[in-house]
Design a binder for this molecule. Sequence first.
Ligand code: NAP
Length: 472
Amino acid sequence: MNITGYTAGSSILELSYLIAAILFVVGLKMLSHPETARRGNLWAFGGMALAMVTTILLHKDGNGRGIPLANVWVIMAVIGVGAAIGWTIARRVKMTAMPQLVSLYNASGGAASALVALLEYPNAIAGDLSSLLVTILGLIIGTVTFSGSMIAYGKLDGKVGDIMKPYMTYINLTLLIVTLVLGAFVVVSPNPPAEMLWSVYILLGLSLLYGVLFVMPIGGADMPVIISLLNSLSGIAATMAGFIYHNQAMILGGILVGAAGMILTILMCKAMNRSLLNVVIGSFGGGASSAQGEHGAIKEITLSDAAVLLSYSQKVVIIPGYGLAVAQAQHIAQELDILLEDKGVDVKYAIHPVAGRMPGHMNVLLAEADVPYEKLIEMDDINPDMPNVDVAVVIGANDVVNPAAYDDPGSPIYGMPIIDAHLAKNIIIMKRGMGKGYAGIENMLFFNDKTRMLFGDAKDSLQKLVSEIKSM
Ligand code: NAP
């Protein structure tokens, strides 16, 4: 029986979307703690699988017809191929290449939403402002997300460099305004979509170009903000695609990604001391070098001196960074931690919000090595205690402990909050040589009187240090 257009099938479909939405929210909540994150992912996956299966089985078009069987086979085949590719890449990817993978996922999300908008635009009705608005917004946001994320991928992978031109801001701003004005023109135009296709293709080109030019100038230490912004944009684009199909599961899933990404973007902006407006316009914080001139002498520390210093300390703070991830030194760092704790040393880890190459990078690595979550102390909480710390052990971190953020107004990281390693009584820095960090700038901490360098691959140095302490 079909009362007021509702069938049992459509009620079940809507109920399944509601259940999927609940599963997304519960999954997202569980992602906020490393112990529950894996299960959270599975819950959200369950929600998505449920929404997909019920849509394929129960969706009906305006004439009450379900999806033709031939199309179902095509959909299943495409899902199968996509899932196999995603599974293989995700299993093979190295932890240090995760940010690149996230960028590729953002790019595919943006491309999918843009394609939905492009395919559905000819079916829109002139004058139907709301559906034209979501279609055009889906096209613009999805396309910008796609091209911007591809550039972000290239930059993170070292394949694309920065272009830092003072006039880039004006070009970007003009391009953004032209794109939005053309978008508005397409939405309000009384002409049927078939006659407006040329402007939609121009809009596509402009959006592609804007995505490229908006991410291109982002240099220095500012990429994390852009990655989380693009992640948020991919969610907003998916929401627009959900509106086009009146699909609640898609709308809600997109809103959750968009909102979570936007909150993360704001937190990242706060962590980097940047305004969101700068991010949207592009061109801030390049990789210019600063701190030129006399640096002073570098002092090295021997393994035995480091072992003695650490063993006879009361408070040690480990400051992990990107080099820890490259060296995969998290397990041996945890072994050092346990060894020192057995000797009565209080060991904590100082976590900078943008350490590594993706938000939460250090938390993920250290959780993988079973470091208890309570030992990871956020930057704002550990900094007041840094003057009481006997030894700050900086493992593969550079930009996040660079005091230029405080005292060099010419530095691209000036104003960014850092972990105050320079306030500790002693500083041991483990890195391979005098290589620069992501921002490409000199770090005067290496020349500090209290600093001693332990050169070598972080895993290798830590292994030797652990053996040295054991043999004491
Ligand atoms: P960093 O400033 O990039 O410095 C990493 C240091 O690790 C390098 O100076 C390098 O020096 C050393 N290193 C590399 N391989 C090593 C190994 N095998 N063993 C020991 N040391 C090794 O790292 P960070 O302090 O973690 O700062 C992160 C930077 O990345 C920030 O500028 C941040 O803005 C940016 N970023 C962050 C994200 C995010 O979301 N977290 C995303 C994109 C960009 P040597 O070559 O001398 O060894």
